[in-house]
Design a binder for this molecule. Structure first.
Ligand code: ZN
Length: 621
């Protein structure tokens, strides 16, 4: 999940960077449990690859989360089945020796990747958010599987490129699957960063899940719901006494003083999402120019890969949970010109239509809290510094599954603002829809420090952070439809015509007409223009030795071309951009014998490259 504001507490003196990140995570979201827990989702060992019925591609399984070896086999099986569409490379090796697999998907028969506009998608920036990694793999699988049979996907790979990094944290995911550890991005400690005393989350009763502990406390804030004793409800403001309880996560208290309990953030709180370069630019006070390659080589390699691909127009990072789509602005002073605001709104509306996910700005999610704290994020960096339309998708929302109304951004993650009836609905959903698997029945346990307690409550890892396996494919499939839409919205240079007119003996007027047939303008975002991050369309004429150039520059910039994104409504003259702003005309005068072949190229970093050739011929008669 991304970060929703909750608590402050990180201006402690002498805090190290890792702890600062962990604390920032605490500020921004729910603290993650740390400790041991058996992964109920993983099946050990690579499973035999099942061939998809629709072709020779092995199918992506949805009944378990792929271990690293199985993921590796599957990616390479797909690539060897369709080498014309899919290349797999490693961006580098993780500290534990795993490759950072990176997929390039395009129809190489219609041009190389660098000459096509691109969408980039990643998963598992956060280790426990398995659903996001499945979404990235599913998108990749579907592109390769359905090229040639699905018109939109065929057009997408023929005219565009898609990059997919399905598992940004292979070490982290493997640790969550192998050992059941609950980890933000990766279980990697910064040296000399000793954790403070407090409650460490841990599986105490050996059932493989870290849930909650409840125990009677005369000043506890909770009491049992009269009809549903599994549920604890808040004591009323005017209430005192009675059978009151306290609730803490399942775990042990390091340095317990016998009275006070502080629940600690996960030890493994290092967050890749906050390790991208600072989006305020290198001149900002305390700005980090690049992630520390020693601590987060995965992010450093990914950043390098993104920077070396100027054709990227849009970016989506796949997370869970919440059932939401997060967009810039992230911080109150982040740029978001009106043109881009409208484009974001159009993309978000399509996402909402297809997935039902709630679109919101990251800043709105922060709900006005702690806006003096600048949050560095991947989407902030990509949009503000590179002018790339960047989104965080938060898959899956158990509240929505339970039929609870989700009004307002804070509802994405419950946020404590729902009536008790909603909590009862969640329990009924657990009982009737998922066979009771999501909620551990409260059972007595003798805690070595607290004495008699009850352990039980929601299994957040398998039913909140992630979609249950029987709902996983449906959850990610609708989102893949949106990714296809997003990729097809990118700009796309095409040559409308290349013609020549004789204007004298052996002298020709050559005319090239270029068009942007995509929806977005060639620059993609307005932000890309504002930061001078993208140059205009370049038209170039190439002549053989027999030909000579007379007038006009052989290589000419024609600026940016509009797409159709400004054509919203003809009902008012503000609702469209009249004329042919999507088209450019370039004329050259050359000397060449009839029969000479000339060639023209139109190119743009984000809108692709188009070529045409022409044999100079006098018109008949
Ligand atoms: Zn996340």
């Amino acid at each position: 999940m991304a970060e929703s504001p909750k608590r402050i507490g990180f201006n402690q003196k002498g805090i190290c960077w890792k702890m600062a990140l962990a604390a920032a995570l605490l500020i921004l979201g729910e603290s993650l449990p740390a400790g041991e827990s058996v992964n109920r989702a993983a099946r050990p060992g690579p499973a035999a690859l099942k061939r998809d019925q629709r072709g020779s591609l092995p199918a992506l399984p949805f009944d378990h989360i792929l271990r690293y070896d199985e993921l590796t086999s599957l990616l390479h099986a797909w690539a060897s089945a369709r080498p014309d569409l899919l290349q797999i490379e490693s961006l580098g090796r993780t500290p534990e020796g795993r490759e950072l697999w990176f997929a390039t998907v395009t129809n190489t028969a219609t041009g190389p990747e660098a000459e096509k506009p691109a969408l980039i998608v990643d998963g598992n920036m956060h280790a426990l958010e398995w659903t996001g990694g499945v979404a990235a793999m599913n998108f990749l699988w579907r592109l390769v599987r359905d090229h040639g049979s699905d018109d939109r996907i065929t057009r997408l790979l023929d005219t565009r490129c898609v990059y997919v990094l399905p598992r940004l944290s292979p070490d982290g995911v493997e640790a969550t699957l192998r050992e059941g550890r609950v980890i933000r991005s990766v279980a990697r400690e910064e040296a000399g960063c000793a954790p403070p005393p407090g409650l460490r989350m841990r599986d105490l009763d050996g059932d493989g899940r870290i849930v909650f502990m409840r125990f009677r406390d005369p000043s506890g804030p909770w009491k049992l719901h009269p009809q549903e004793p599994r549920l604890l409800v808040a004591c009323r403001a005017d209430e005192a006494g009675g059978d009151t309880w306290r609730v803490v996560p399942e775990g042990l208290i390091e340095g317990y003083d016998g009275d006070s309990i502080t629940v600690l953030p996960a030890l493994e709180g290092l967050d890749f999402g906050m390790a991208f370069p600072d989006d305020r630019g290198p001149s900002a006070a305390g700005a980090r120019q690049a992630p520390d390659p020693a601590l987060v080589p995965e992010v450093a390699a990914y950043v390098k890969a993104i920077r070396s691909r100027p054709n990227i127009v849009a970016y989506v990072t796949c997370h869970s949970f919440g059932g939401g789509l997060l967009m810039p602005p992230v911080n109150p002073d982040d740029p978001l010109p009106q043109t881009d605001r409208l484009t974001y709104a159009a993309f978000a509306a399509k996402a909402a239509e297809l997935t039902g996910y709630h679109p919101t700005s990251y800043l709105d999610l922060r709900a006005g809290q702690m806006t003096d704290v600048h949050i560095p994020t991947e989407i902030g960096w990509l949009y503000s510094v590179h002018g790339i339309f960047a989104f965080i998708t938060e898959f899956w929302n158990p509240l929505k599954a339970a039929g609870i109304s989700l009004d307002g951004p804070m509802s994405l993650w419950l946020g404590g603002y729902h009536p008790v009836e909603d909590e009862l609905k969640l329990l009924r959903w657990n009982d009737s829809e998922i066979g009771g698997a999501g909620f551990v029945a409260w059972h007595p346990f003798r805690h070595p420090q607290l004495g008699p307690v009850e352990i039980g409550g929601w299994d957040k890892v398998h039913y909140w952070y992630n979609a249950p396996f029987d709902r996983l494919e449906k959850e990610v499939t609708l989102h893949a439809d949106w990714l296809i839409f997003l990729a097809l919205a990118s700009p796309r240079l095409e040559i409308r015509s290349l013609r020549a007119q004789p204007v004298g003996e052996g002298v020709w007027r050559v005319r090239l007409v270029i068009e942007n047939t995509g929806w977005l303008p060639t620059n993609g975002s307005q932000r890309a223009l504002d930061i001078r991050g993208v140059e205009g369309v370049v038209a170039e004429l190439s002549l053989p030795p027999a030909a000579r150039f007379i007038e006009g520059d052989l290589r000419r910039s024609v600026g940016q071309l509009s797409g159709r994104s400004e054509q919203r409504s003809t009902a008012t003259w503000w609702g469209y951009n009249p004329g042919t702003p999507d088209r450019a005309v370039v004329d050259w005068k050359i000397a060449a014998p009839a029969g000479t072949t000339v060639s023209a190229t139109a190119s743009h970093a984000r809108a692709g490259t188009a070529r045409a050739t022409l044999r100079l011929q006098r018109p008949p008669g």
